[in-house]
Design a protein around this ligand. Structure first.
Ligand SMILES: Cc1cc2nc3c(=O)[nH]c(=O)nc-3n(C[C@H](O)[C@H](O)[C@H](O)COP(=O)(O)OP(=O)(O)OC[C@H]3O[C@@H](n4cnc5c(N)ncnc54)[C@H](O)[C@@H]3O)c2cc1C
Length: 385
């Protein structure tokens, strides 16, 4: 793995940063206020090949990996306009379909996910399972050649704008015990598939939904891959999700830090700009170091994943997501503080990042569950639950 970023990756960063600079935070704030998807940015990013940069060339993608897609998300975030659905549509759903989908599913979905004309959401979280996905109860039973899917999901992002949602369930034969997941493509307007927006205190363009699936009838080919593929198939999507959430957090942290540094260079209330006071400068320097370290781990996780090492990528992706979320929360907190009262004004637009930054600490897997994973899997400590 190259520790120093390749020239291609640097060029990709610069190109995406230029696109992000055209839109910026003001654009994303506007789309959120208008309650709509940032489709202008989504379409332009698609046209430039950024949305499908990780998807196979044979199916309309760029032939890269999560390394490249995470650069796209980080740079859009650093410009103030991250696209949350990048985590879900090309990273989770696109990867699972590319690795495990039938040829027909690949042809139907991958070119459209890559060119941005279709989007796919991803639903695993359930109200009574939460962090413990072994407890999910969304169940698929056979009816002739069809499937009937019943269950509930919460906090699923972007279901309103997605053409379909990839729902994680379990078959009736495997409805108890350790999770043996199976994944179904559920088109948005399928009968019995209902959604209700959750009122989130997030200033974001993407909405979260509670979903009810009430005997949703699906054809046999709605099942992705093999009903016995189990956790391997699920983690093919969850590890990219963690890497991408890390990139999302690093981008946001960089955006907040840059605003704070600009401000601290100019704002003068004694004889020197406030950035000359070490109580302001040092926490900003620490935030920068933490973000750089988190990025290094994110690059390692992405590299392992792209190299086909699912086990190594699992551990690294967890650590990267943890480090990036903590670095982001601290950077945003320090940025708001650096601006004093202005840190809480709408004009400067940093205060709303306080809640946004917390998302990466909670989702898709919480800080505590990552610490549990490292305690048990890496350090071999006993489990309390
Ligand atoms: C903005 C946003 C977008 C989201 N988008 C999606 C999406 O698109 N699709 C989707 O499926 N889900 C999505 N989620 C859901 C997200 O993945 C979950 O919120 C997350 O997995 C945590 O589950 P929970 O909210 O049920 O918390 P809980 O599991 O109830 O946990 C609550 C608290 O208890 C702690 N805790 C739980 N168990 C333990 C333990 N054993 N040891 C120590 N601490 C523990 C947790 O760390 C957490 O702090 C989204 C969430 C948010 C906020």
């Amino acid at each position: 793995m190259p520790v120093i970023e390749t020239e291609e990756h640097k060029a990709l960063r610069a190109a995406v940063a230029a696109l992000g600079g055209k839109y910026g935070r003001a654009y994303l704030t506007r789309t959120a206020a208008e309650g709509r998807h940032p489709h202008e940015l989504w379409s332009e990013a698609a046209g430039l090949g950024y949305l499908g940069v990780n998807l196979p060339e044979a199916h309309g993608g760029g032939g890269g990996g999560i390394s490249e897609l995470s650069i796209v998300l980080e740079e859009l975030g650093a410009a103030g306009c991250p696209l949350l659905m990048l985590i879900v549509s090309p990273a989770i759903c696109g990867t699972v379909l590319a690795r495990f989908g039938t040829e027909a599913q690949k042809q139907q979905w991958l070119p459209a996910l890559a060119d941005g004309t279709r989007t796919m959401a991803f639903g695993i979280t359930e109200p009574d399972a939460g962090s413990n996905s072994h407890r999910i109860t969304t169940t698929a039973r056979r009816d002739g050649t069809d499937w009937l899917l019943t269950g509930r999901k919460v906090f699923v992002s972007g279901v309103d704008i997605a053409d379909a949602t990839l729902i994680v369930g379990r078959t009736q034969d495997a409805r108890t015990g350790r999770l043996k997941p199976c994944l179904f493509i559920v088109p948005r307007d399928t009968e019995g598939f209902r959604r209700r927006p959750i009122d989130m205190e997030l200033n974001a363009a993407e909405k979260q939904f509670e979903l009810v699936l009430d005997d949703v009838r699906l054809p046999a080919d709605a099942l992705v891959g093999d009903e016995d593929a189990g956790l391997l198939q699920l983690f093919a999507g969850l590890n990219p999700e963690r890497v991408m959430t890390a990139a999302f957090a690093i981008g946001m942290g960089r955006y907040a830090l840059a605003r704070a540094v600009e401000y601290a260079r100019e704002r003068t209330v004694w004889d020197a700009p406030i950035g000359a006071h070490q109580a302001i400068a040092h926490p900003l320097a620490q935030a920068h170091i933490d973000l750089e370290l988190a990025r290094l781990m994110t690059q390692k996780a992405a590299h392992l994943y792209d190299a086909g090492d699912d086990t190594g990528a699992g551990e690294a992706a967890n650590m990267a997501k943890y480090a990036a979320a903590e670095a982001c929360v601290k950077a945003v907190d320090q940025a708001v503080h650096t601006l004093g009262g202005n840190g809480l004004t709408r004009e400067f637009g940093l205060a709303s990042l306080i809640t946004a930054a917390r998302v990466s600490r909670i989702a898709p897997v919480s800080r505590e569950m990552i610490l549990n994973y490292v305690s048990h899997q890496t350090l071999g400590l006993p489990k309390s639950y």
